[in-house]
Design a protein around this ligand. Structure first.
Ligand code: HEM
Ligand code: HEM
Length: 184
């Protein structure tokens, strides 16, 4: 058996923080861009940013998931009450689920509605879903409700990370921080 590690491996930490930064930008952009009072040019800019960064996040999800599957974390256990361990595990599963569902629903909503995704169009990557108003409406609803569930889970996750990092200082926060640096 290899020695358990103090921290997540560097690739896992780097991907976690790149995705965290992008998500913490894309969610407020999403909520902002749907507001009717915005100027047309501002709204276009926000939509283009949202759709393309969102699509990048879908790719990053697969990079992250494949890396985790190939190199599962072998972390040194930290003594935690069972209920906290369960809550952390459940939150992480929920976060992974929404990390896939959100960009996928966004993609389907846009493509089934017949709209562009500029970066994919520039690379000549065709749509993988048929044009369908019903499918677009369904994906839109999933994306809409998912946005609130995702925001709630992320707030819980950040709250827990801050609690471990600032109050308990039990080594949970430093398993993921800093993004690069020695694993000892
Ligand atoms: C992790 C990825 C994503 C997150 C967290 C996210 C989050 C959000 C949020 C918070 C909203 C505002 C709530 C609403 O009114 O629906 C929104 C709206 C929207 N998002 Fe995303 N999004 C993601 C990926 C994508 C992708 C990949 C696309 C398309 C390629 C996309 C397309 C849209 C569109 C078109 C809207 C406007 C609402 C609608 O008409 O459906 N999103 N998104
Ligand atoms: C905003 C979007 C974020 C998402 C979607 C996200 C997602 C995740 C996921 C899925 C894990 C589990 C990793 C694994 O075991 O494979 C994780 C771990 C972790 N995240 Fe985040 N995260 C986000 C932001 C943050 C932020 C802002 C912080 C710090 C304030 C943070 C701190 C941590 C820590 C400390 C861990 C390790 C927890 C442990 O070892 O039990 N995350 N994150």
């Amino acid at each position: 058996m290899p020695e358990p590690l103090q921290k997540y491996r560097v690739p896992a930490r780097v991907i976690h923080w790149i995705m965290a930064i992008l998500i913490l930008c894309i969610i407020p952009i999403g909520f902002l861009m749907v507001r009717a009072e915005l100027e047309r040019s501002t709204q276009n800019f926000l939509f283009i940013t949202h759709k393309n960064v969102g699509t990048l996040l879908l790719v990053l999800f697969f990079v992250r998931a494949i890396y985790r599957w190939r190199r599962p974390p072998q972390l040194k256990p930290v003594e935690l009450p069972k209920i906290q361990e369960f809550a952390a595990h459940a939150t992480h599963i929920g976060l992974y689920a929404l990390l896939l569902i959100m960009p996928l629903a966004g993609y389907v909503r846009v493509r089934a509605g017949g709209f562009p995704i500029e970066a994919l169009d520039a690379m000549g990557i065709p749509s993988f879903v048929p044009r369908s108003e019903a499918l677009a409406e369904f994906a839109k609803a999933v994306h809409y409700y998912g946005a609130y569930a995702f925001t709630a889970l992320i707030l819980m996750h950040i709250g827990a990370a801050a609690f471990h990092g600032l109050i308990r200082r039990d080594g949970i926060f430093t398993r993921m921080w800093p993004p690069v640096g020695k694993n000892s």
